[in-house]
Design a protein around this ligand. Structure first.
Ligand code: FMN
Length: 199
């Protein structure tokens, strides 16, 4: 699949079945995604992979935080079982000359590259934040170090093969691009000549 096709046909997939990539295949794809732009090559992120019952442990932890009744436990369990692989994304900003926002941008570039690589191999994914990204208990369960932050998780698996997916239409981005020459001529026309302003 060429890059434009991958970009234009990827979708966030709400429902995912097996198979999901093995740990080895995930690592292989991550090696590719890790070539995404990363100022200082800090790799300020890591992934924690959850499968099978591990997902329930995380679901229980989120349910406990949300009240802990039977209904909430079942709801959280179902949420964590929406995909065979839940990959929690841990942001690990490094001290130093690279500002934290740039490190967050690098983590985001890597994640998008990973989603595209997964898609190019027939897997689906969706980045989810929600309760997981806010949960102090989940951060403890996933052994986050001081200064680290959960950026949510990627649900990963195989999308429903019978669902019809159309190539996305090209967006109209004309309002999102300006040439500097236009800006300069516009601001020159708007400029009030010296001595001609309001009295
Ligand atoms: C940082 C981030 C957080 C997201 N969190 C959620 C979420 O909590 N729940 C959800 O259903 N989708 C979430 N999404 C997926 C977006 O809703 C999705 O990308 C958007 O609807 C566009 O769909 P598309 O990816 O198919 O283009 C998130 C996406 C990003 C980039």
């Amino acid at each position: 699949m060429d890059v434009m096709t991958a970009v234009m046909t990827r979708r966030s997939e709400q429902t995912l079945h097996g198979p999901a990539p093995s740990d080895g295949e995930f690592a292989y794809l991550l090696r590719g995604a890790s070539t995404a732009p990363d100022h200082g090559r800090l790799r300020p992120w890591r992934w924690v992979l959850l499968r099978e019952e591990d997902r329930d442990a995380l679901g229980r932890c989120l349910a406990d935080e949300a009240g802990g009744d039977e209904v909430t436990v079942e709801r959280m369990r179902a949420k964590l079982r929406r995909a065979p692989l839940v990959a929690a994304l841990v942001f690990s900003p490094r001290e130093g000359r690279i500002p934290e926002w740039e490190q967050l941008a690098a983590a985001t570039c890597m994640t998008h590259a990973l989603m595209l690589l997964l898609h190019s191999r027939g897997y689906g994914s969706i980045w989810r934040t929600g309760a997981l990204a806010r949960s102090a208990t989940a951060a403890g369960l996933l052994c986050l170090e001081p200064g680290e932050r959960l950026l949510g998780s990627l649900d990963i698996g195989t999308p429903d093969p019978t669902a019809t997916r159309h190539r996305r239409p090209m967006e109209d981005v004309s309002g999102l691009i300006t040439s500097f020459a236009d800006l300069r001529s516009r601001s020159a026309a708007d400029r009030v000549p010296a001595g001609h302003g309001a009295a």
